[in-house]
Design a binder for this molecule. Structure first.
Ligand code: AGP
Length: 368
């Protein structure tokens, strides 16, 4: 990786486009492409034996961890306690010393994440670090290091580190599932085959969705508030989409679980606040569409991020529909990261903000 912008206007744009390559690197470390299996992970953490897993991180890394929780619970039947590091370190969580804890950090230097790590270490838990910087403090203080291999990330808004964190967490969850006997050999093979398809699918999505995203970003750049909705692993993704938009375009955005809409945020719906719905045609699709109907019935404008099946299945009027290829549920969070990153990026470009160095933000937060 060269530390320059190449042909791109900003590091963030370059890093978005580097994702197919970065994911390939990460995958080749964790996956055996010929056997379609996950490679055995560091022996220091025995996922077969741990009664539960604790995960802690900040910002985007925390949202990757939240997707990871869905995977560890579903594929490995491993209960996961997760919180943002600034809460985790003070909550006095009753932790089981026989458990393991994972700390996710691009920089490996985030103060609250490091403090949460030390808190768990003092209580006897085995410590794993999902980091981009192998020489970092968090990596050094861990029993097992799981590198995400994203290469240097310069843009303050995390992009390729997020999708590489997701890739590593997916591989760890599948490995844990095999070790715990909750995933069969055939299921592992099928999941790994899907992971292996990611770089190709990402490259084709990056090649095709730009015009639609740019057009939509022009409209979003005129808005003051945006609501992002999703269910299942699309819920943390909705929060990530909102975080990206806040960070670099300074538009107020919230990410909500679609099912929570009627418990409060529905009061905000009007024609001025676009509602971006992340809805792959998965087992939650019908439910998410019924939430979209609630938005439409109140005059809300919908941005529908879905796949070919989803686009064909819904007849609701939208402000824009971004159509992605149909993909398996395990890789949807990585693939759907692309439109949300590009939407934030192009909206910020239209607004003329400093995309790589947004105001008030630091790439690495080393103070509490
Ligand atoms: C992401 O776009 C942010 N800039 C921020 O939330 C970041 O993910 C967070 O500060 C954690 O940083 P780390 O991964 O280096 O620990």
């Amino acid at each position: 990786y060269l530390i320059d912008k190449g042909n791109h206007r900003h590091f963030m744009e370059k890093e978005i486009h580097e994702q197919p390559e970065a994911i390939s690197h990460a995958l080749s470390h964790y996956v055996d492409f010929l056997g379609h299996t996950v490679r055995p992970v560091a022996a220091d953490i025995d996922f077969a034996k741990v009664p539960s897993l604790a995960i802690s991180a900040c910002g985007t890394a925390y949202l990757a961890g939240l997707v990871g929780k869905y995977w560890f619970e579903r594929y490995a039947r491993l209960p996961v306690e997760i919180d943002v590091a600034s809460e985790f370190r003070y909550r006095e969580i009753p932790l089981n010393p026989a458990s393991a804890a994972l700390f996710i950090s691009q920089s490996g230097e985030t103060a609250d994440t490091l403090a949460s790590l030390r808190y768990c270490k003092e209580r006897g838990l085995k410590i794993g670090a999902v980091v981009n910087t192998k020489e970092s403090t968090i990596a050094r203080e861990s029993d097992a290091v799981f590198p995400i291999l994203a290469g240097p990330e310069i843009g303050v808004a995390s992009t390729k580190a997020f999708t590489c964190q997701l890739t590593v967490l997916a591989a760890l969850a599948i490995g844990a599932g095999r070790a715990r006997g909750t995933l069969g050999e055939a299921e592992e093979k099928a999941l790994v085959r899907h992971l292996a398809e990611m770089p190709r699918i990402m490259a084709s999505v990056l090649n095709t969705i730009q015009p639609a995203i740019e057009q939509l970003s022009r409209d979003l750049s005129k808005c003051k508030d945006v609501l992002y909705l999703g269910r299942g692993t699309s819920y943390p993704l909705a929060m990530e989409g909102a975080l990206k938009l806040k960070e670099i375009s300074y538009i107020h955005a919230e990410g909500y679980a679609a099912g929570e809409l009627k418990h409060g945020p529905i009061a905000l719906i009007d024609e001025n606040m676009p509602v971006i719905v992340i809805a792959p045609h998965d087992r939650f699709f019908e439910k998410t569409v019924s939430n979209m109907q609630e938005v439409a019935a109140r005059g809300g404008r919908i941005v529908f991020i879905t796949d070919e099946k989803g686009a064909a299945a819904s007849k609701l009027p939208t402000m824009a529909t971004i159509v992605l290829p149909n993909v398996d549920e395990i890789i949807a969070p990585m693939i759907y990261s692309l439109p949300i990153q590009l939407l934030a990026y192009h909206t910020a470009v239209f607004m003329g903000t400093d995309v790589d160095q947004p105001r008030n933000l630091a790439k690495s937060v080393t103070v509490e």
